[in-house]
Write a protein that binds this ligand. Structure first.
Ligand code: AMP
Length: 419
C-alpha cells in the first residue's frame, strides 16, 4: 500500500551474519517488577525469529516507562529479558546491562547464531528522547540545556548505530516519536533499513481505514479528555459517516451543548474546543452521536449505589454510557463496513461501569466489516474481555495509532523511507 512505498520489509534485507539492531516497543505494564501484560513482547516475536532463521544476530532495544534517573532499576528491562526467554525457549536471550559503550559493542560482536542480545532501557539516557530532565531556574538555562541534549543525542545515536550492521524497526507504538533510536540513528545504515512484520501489519490495517475506508465508516471515541483527541476528532469528522462518543469526554461535549451534567468529569478549559468540534460536525456530513442515558453515581467506589438516568440530578456523575446509548452505538457499529475504536466508554476498570465498553467491544465482534482497535485502554479492554481475536486488528500503539488515523506522518516510519 502507498503508505509503505519506499520502505523495505525485513525480508528485503541481507541478514546473513549481520548484527541487526531491532527497535521494538517492549514498554509493557509492570507491577512491582512483574509484567502484567506481555502482548507487545509476543507481537515482536515473528520479526526476531525471522532474523535468526535467516542468519541475523538480533540486538533488541526498547524503552520502558518514563525513568527520571540514569539508571533507574524500577525501569530495568531485566524482567522483559526473562519473559522473552520464556517465550523463546529454543533461543538464548542475553541481557546487556547498558545500551551503549565499548562493553556493549564487544558483547554485540560476540553474539552467536541463535542468541539474542537485549539492551537495557534506552531511556536511561536523556539523549534517547532528546529532552533535558533537570530543573532549570530560567528559560535561557532550559533552552541551553535543550540545545546541549540535542547535540549529545547525535553522539548517542552514533553509539547505538555502532552496535549493528542493519536496522529494523518493529516498534509501532513509538513511531510517533522522533527519538534517537527511532529516527536519529537510522541514516547511519544507508539503505540497510527496514520495517518488521508488526510495523507492516499495523500500517496495513490502520492505514487501510485511514486512506481507503469502505463506508459506512464509524469511529468510536472514548476516554478521559477531549483535549487529547482534538486533532483526531477533527480529522475523523471529515472522513466518517458517524462518530459515537463515550467516556468522560462525552460530558465535556454535552456541557458545551448546554446540557447539565452535574458532577460529571468536565474539562472546563476545553469547552470552547468542544463547541468548535460540535460546530464542525454540524456543518459536515458526519453524525456525531452523544450518550442519551448514563450510569451514574455520587462517588467512585464499590458501595455507593449506581443508577441509570437520562437527566442528571445534583451530585451525580456519569461513569458509563446507559443501556439505550449502548443499543444505539452497537446498532451503528454492526451496520458499519469500517470501524475504528479508541478509548473506553466509561470507568471500565470497575466492573460496575464496564458494560458500555463491553457492549461496544461485542458489537465490533459482530460487525462484518473491517474492525480496528487503537491501542491503549481499548486494546487492553478488548483483550481483557477475550474478544481480541474476533476483530480485524488490535493495535499495539495508542498515541501512534491516533496520529496515523489523524493523517499525520510518523517520524519512525519516515526515517525508514528510501527517497
Ligand atoms: P484515555 O487515557 O483518555 O483513553 O482515558 C481512559 C480513562 O478514562 C480510563 O482510566 C477510564 O476510567 C476513564 N474514564 C472513562 N470514562 C470516564 C468517566 N465517565 N468519568 C471519569 N473517567 C472516565
Amino acid at each position: 500500500m502507498a503508505y509503505l512505498d519506499g520502505i523495505k520489509s525485513v525480508e528485503d534485507l541481507n541478514l546473513d551474519g549481520k548484527r541487526v539492531f531491532v527497535r521494538v516497543d517492549f514498554n509493557v505494564p509492570l507491577d512491582n517488577g512483574v509484567i502484567t501484560d506481555d502482548f507487545r513482547i509476543r507481537q515482536a516475536i515473528p520479526t526476531i525469529q525471522y532474523i535468526i532463521r535467516n542468519g541475523g544476530l538480533p540486538i533488541v532495544a526498547s524503552h520502558l516507562g518514563r525513568p527520571k534517573n540514569n539508571p533507574d532499576p524500577a525501569f530495568s528491562l531485566k524482567p522483559v529479558a526473562e519473559r522473552l526467554s520464556e517465550l523463546l525457549p529454543e533461543r538464548e536471550v542475553i541481557f546487556a546491562e547498558d545500551c551503549v559503550g565499548d562493553g556493549i559493542v564487544e558483547q554485540s560482536k560476540r553474539l552467536q547464531p541463535g542468541q539474542i542480545l537485549l539492551l537495557e532501557n534506552l531511556r536511561f539516557y536523556e539523549e534517547e528522547e532528546g529532552k533535558p530532565r533537570g530543573k532549570y531556574a530560567t528559560d535561557e538555562e532550559k533552552a541551553a540545556a535543550k540545545k546541549a541534549v540535542k547535540e549529545s543525542q547525535k553522539k548517542f545515536a552514533e553509539s547505538l548505530a555502532a552496535l549493528a550492521d542493519v536496522y529494523v524497526n518493529d516498534a509501532f507504538g513509538t513511531c510517533h516519536r522522533a527519538h534517537a533510536s527511532m529516527a536519529t540513528m537510522v541514516p547511519h545504515f544507508g539503505e540497510n533499513k527496514a520495517c518488521g512484520y508488526l510495523l507492516q501489519k499495523e500500517i496495513k490495517f490502520l492505514g487501510g481505514i485511514v486512506y481507503d475506508p469502505e463506508h459506512p465508516y464509524v469511529a468510536i471515541l472514548g476516554g478521559a479528555k477531549v483535549s487529547d483527541k482534538i486533532g483526531v476528532i477533527e480529522s475523523l469528522i471529515e472522513k466518517c459517516d458517524q462518530i459515537c462518543i463515550g467516556g468522560a469526554m462525552a460530558y465535556t461535549l454535552l456541557a458545551a451543548k448546554g446540557v447539565d451534567v452535574a458532577a460529571s468529569r468536565v474539562e472546563s478549559d476545553a469547552l470552547d474546543i468542544a463547541k468548535n468540534i460540535l460546530d464542525k460536525a454540524a456543518n459536515s456530513k458526519c453524525e456525531l452521536l452523544l450518550p442519551v442515558d448514563h450510569v451514574v453515581s455520587t462517588a467512585l467506589d464499590d458501595t455507593t449505589p449506581c443508577t441509570v438516568v437520562e437527566k442528571f440530578a445534583a451530585g451525580q456523575m456519569g461513569l458509563d454510557i446507559g443501556p439505550k446509548t449502548r443499543e444505539k452505538y452497537a446498532d451503528v457499529i454492526r451496520k458499519a463496513k469500517s470501524v475504528f475504536w479508541n478509548g473506553p466508554m466509561g470507568v471500565f476498570e470497575n466492573p460496575r461501569y464496564a458494560e458500555g465498553t463491553i457492549a461496544v467491544a461485542k458489537a465490533l465482534t459482530e460487525c462484518k466489516g473491517n474492525t480496528v482497535v487503537g491501542g491503549g485502554d481499548s486494546a487492553a479492554a478488548i483483550r481483557q474481555f477475550g474478544m481480541a481475536d474476533k476483530v480485524t486488528h488490535v493495535s499495539t500503539g495508542g498515541g501512534a495509532s491516533l496520529e496515523l488515523v489523524e493523517g499525520k506522518e510518523l517520524p519512525g516510519v519516515e526515517a525508514l523511507r528510501i527517497k
